[in-house]
Structures are given as structure tokens and as C-alpha cells.
Design a binder for this molecule. Sequence first.
Ligand code: ZN
Length: 415
Amino acid sequence: MRIGIDDTDSPRGMCTTYLGAVLIRRLSRAGIAVRQARLVRLNPNVPWKTRGNAAVCIEAAGSPREAFRLACSTVEEYADLAHEHTHPGVVVSDEELPSGFYQRAVQGFCTLPEALEIIGNAGALSKGYKKKMGLIGATAAVSSYFDDATYEILAYRDRSCWGTPRLVERESLFAADLHTYPHTWDTVDRENGVVVCVPHTPDPVLFGIRGERPGWVALAREEVISERPSLEQVWITNQGTDAHLIPGISPELQEGCSYLLAGTVASVPRTFKGGHVSVLMTWGNQSLTCMAYEPTKGFREVVRALLPGDRLRVAGSYKKGSINLEKLQVLSAPEGAVCMPPVCERCGKRMTSAGTMKGYKCRRCGGRGREPETVMIPRTITPGWYEVPPTARRHLARPLCRGVREDLLSLVPAP
Ligand code: ZN
């Protein structure tokens, strides 16, 4: 059977994965064998999510009724039910649920009536609390399948520590990263010199290390020096897999969905107040603004180096008429040529126009020139992939150290 849980947390605390880790131990004690612990990230752009929009799915063997009873009592004990935006859901099913529901929940939007219909059709056990919105994520978690998966080991804090500053030795995280990257990632952000894997929110997570295999995350974890965690759990997850990206081939982009698109740069990039950078891209016969916001730090330099005519693939979420860039591929960035007035042979200074059809004139010596000079614009960007730094990465975004998804690229041909 599969046990799905979602929406137990709030901005002031809790974490559905912690609740899942507690439940896993309770299931084991009750004689229910846990086969797999899945951390399922869903569409990060749904408006009602808390933080990362994570649900959990526990695969287990035993009595569904007993598992359901334990799951509900754990939710009732730990979920932040008093918070106005916390509406937990629990689903237990010993039947497979249609995977299309997961697909839509990670790439788009699902409704509560759709979740209830699936639960009803499968005869699954379910309980929704308050507005029951968590039933959507819980159903999506139970129906999830991973074409590609990564792992995360999460260490959770003792309850007495929740809300207090976390004690994790910074240098040990940099050492763990140094010894295991690129098999683990996003532990630290070297370029910006910051720790990424330790949250600052008041939830029970102490730190989380993401990687390609359980062995790699365990190896990195061994190096971490910190306050004593009360609980640790390795999750298999769709994090870092680009499961949220839709190949952008239909002419309609939907608000809140994330896409991989191919196009041509159509404007010189602009930097706005606050350091946000935008560039216009033509995609099919429409134009689309691509944004690199200030938190994307050095990635903005990549966007600023683009010039009209450059051919790109971009990945990011579509919000309010623009693509919020997660990564981009420069397919070609040809040197541009501009015509400039010639340089005066006597003074070495660039001449200025002497007027329409009158050639050029040196302002210093009065010398004349007829032919303009063709000057190549040097490029600072070369073809290849570029991504936002770990501090700005979305959970689902596949880091370039994992390579790119060729199956997705083949669906989005170069412009
Ligand atoms: Zn001159």
C-alpha cells in the first residue's frame, strides 16, 4: 500500500517530511514493513503552498486500516492545525492510483474534486482536515512515479530546539561538499560562500543533503558536525529532476506552469532597480520576457551578456507574462559586427560623421575619411548551459552537475 500525506506545515513550523519520518517509525513498531520513503515535490507555483510544496508517500506492507489510523493520529498530533492555511490530507491506498494525477500536480494544477474522485474510484482510505486541500498533494504523492529520482538525507532537530538557531558547523558542510560533489549538490554555494542545506525557518529540519545515491548522501552526512539530531531519514525524491518542466511546443503558456522553450534573443538585456535583469526573446511568433531576479546573483551576468540574435533554450516558470529563468542554454552567440566611423590616421582618434553622405571628419585635425570601419563586438559568453546558483535553485530544478535531460531537449528543437 501507499500512504500519502500533505499540507501539515505552516510558515511558523512543522514539515510534512518530519511528520512522515515519525510515522515511518510508528509503522515499523506496529509491524508494518516500510519499503520506501518518498519525498514528492509538486508544482512550486501553486498559490496555497507552504515553502517548497512537499508531500510524502510511504510505501509499506501491512494492514491499510492500521496504517491509516496511525497516519491520522500522527497528523493530529503534529500538524499545525491551528494555522489558517494548514489543511492536511491523508490518503492510504492498496490500489495504484492513475499516474496522470501526479503528472498534473507536478506540472500544473489539480483540484480537490478531482482528488476526491480518484480516491473514491480506488476505494482508498482518506481523511481531509479543515478545507482538506492536503488531499490533493496526498493523492498526488500516492499516484507518483519517478522516471528519474535523487535522494535526500534529512536530519531533524529535537523538539526542544525548534525555533532556536541551528548549530551546524559551517566548515564541515564545505568539507562534505568538497568530498562528495558532484554526487551531492546544493549543500553549500561555493561561488557565493554560503551554506544552502540548513534552513532558517522555524521547522524541525536541521539540514538536508541531496545526492545521486543513498551512499553518497550518507558519506556527505558523516562529515557534518552539528547539534545532535533526534531523527534522520533518507528520502527518495523527484527533487533535481526537472519533473516540473513542460516542453514548450504549444503556443499557449499557462500561468504558474514551468517550461523548456527555444527562442532567439530579441533585445539588449536591461537591468532594473533592485538588480533584476530582463531580456526579450522571440518564441515562435510571440515575444516573451525572461527574468533573472536579484537572488540569482552571478547568473544575471550570463543574461546581461546576451545580444539580439543569440539562440537559446530557457527553462523556468511562467508568471505574469514572463519566464523566471532557472537555467538557459546558449546555442549560438555569434560575434556581432557594427559599422563605426574610421580612426584618424594622424591623431589615432575615432572620427565623427560629417553629415549624411558626407563621410567622416576628425574633430581634432579636420582630416577626412570616407569608408566606415567594421568592428566586431567581442562576446563574453560561449555556447553551453548556465544555471542559477544553489541559493536560488528550486527544489525540482535539475542541477547541471546531473547533466541535462536529453529526452526533454529533443522535444524542444533549436530555433
Ligand atoms: Zn585627426
